[in-house]
Design a protein around this ligand. Sequence first.
Ligand SMILES: Nc1ncnc2c1ncn2[C@@H]1O[C@H](COP(=O)(O)OP(=O)(O)OP(=O)(O)O)[C@@H](O)[C@H]1O
Length: 405
Amino acid sequence: MSALIATDLAKAYRRYQKPIDSLKELVFRRQYHEQFWALKGVSFRCEPGEVLGIVGDNGAGKSSLLKLLAGTMQPTQGELIVNGRVSAILELGSGFHPDFTGLENIHLGCAMLGLSAEQIAAKVDDIIDFSELADFIYQPVKTYSSGMFVRLAFSVVTSVDPDILVVDEALSVGDQHFQKKSMDRMMAFKDQGKALVFCSHSLYHVKELCKRAIWLDKGVIQAQGNSGEVIDQYNDHVRMQNRVSVVKPVQSESIEKTDKSQLTAYLVDASLLRVKKTGDDVVIYRTGDAFRVKVMAHKQSSLALEDVHIGIIIKRNDGVQCFGVSTVLDNVALFTGEDKNDLGVVYEIPELTLLSGHYSLEIWLIDTTSAHVYDSMQSCCEFKVRQTGTEVGVTYLEHQWSAPV
Ligand SMILES: Nc1ncnc2c1ncn2[C@@H]1O[C@H](COP(=O)(O)OP(=O)(O)OP(=O)(O)O)[C@@H](O)[C@H]1O
């Protein structure tokens, strides 16, 4: 039996232009708000013993979804089936009364989570121990630092033996020692067959901790499934948003000309070779696959073959130049076809060591000095790479570990 089954969940908020508008709505019984859908058509399942990650940009709807799962907010549409007791750490200190001491808040929090007075009494010492708040437990929580808040909140919600634990970013606030301790407790929950929903901006943690993940974008699910694949897709999107605009080098002849035959030399075509067909609109390689591109060009007969070269740059979608090389640098001549002015070359990387990302090629038709550009193609031969491991960076570098001497 699934721990959580969400079917077509949707949440709409009322948005008012001015705070007074909500009052005017009450008094004049007219609508002064716009309806804003923070979540739409969200469907997924979370199984016992599974850690489900939630990622997305600011405002994507993550907190709204967690509040629905925690039961602190009701969906506007759709159905949510929750099999078991849910315990959640949402916004910092939510559910705590600022004027009450830590100890009073433990009683309040546990009671709200459905524990009887006897059950609370049996757990209080463990909760205080785990929180490591010692004598601070007798101080009002409004005097607590954010780290102390999280320690108390985490200790309370995990002490009630929930079947489903919902954890928002909160843990990033505690110190390293407590982060490790709470992470261990979460993993122990998972091992006991409990379900965990973990929302974080730390994609590394989501990839490492979660078996499955959901990427929310503007309130809808953009991708869900294996966490590695979902995070790779989300990373492609993040890099696209962060890309820097790159200034193009000055070219001596306008390549925007539609009539390329006027150019001394021009690129005819560039295509990725021997790629397996995928359902995706962009070709996908695995790290380590062979990579081949065929580039065709044409030159005027007045131009010597030795004075035409091809340069290729592999670029990630955030503008990072991953690798660039040219036939000039490698001292390779272009190949000619039946017509001696038809030129071509196949660029081959036997093992593509790039890590997950969304890439494209820049192809340059240049002279022997590499300074003169006859023609170029920007952002062509788009492709994606998916890695199997969780290494970070742009490319896989062969390496080894050994004992220090
Ligand atoms: N009470 C509310 N009234 C109106 N709009 C709201 C309300 N709460 C959230 N929203 C809007 O709903 C959208 C989703 O918000 P939500 O807080 O769920 O996103 P989020 O993914 O958690 O963002 P963040 O990562 O910044 O915390 C945002 O556009 C937000 O402005």
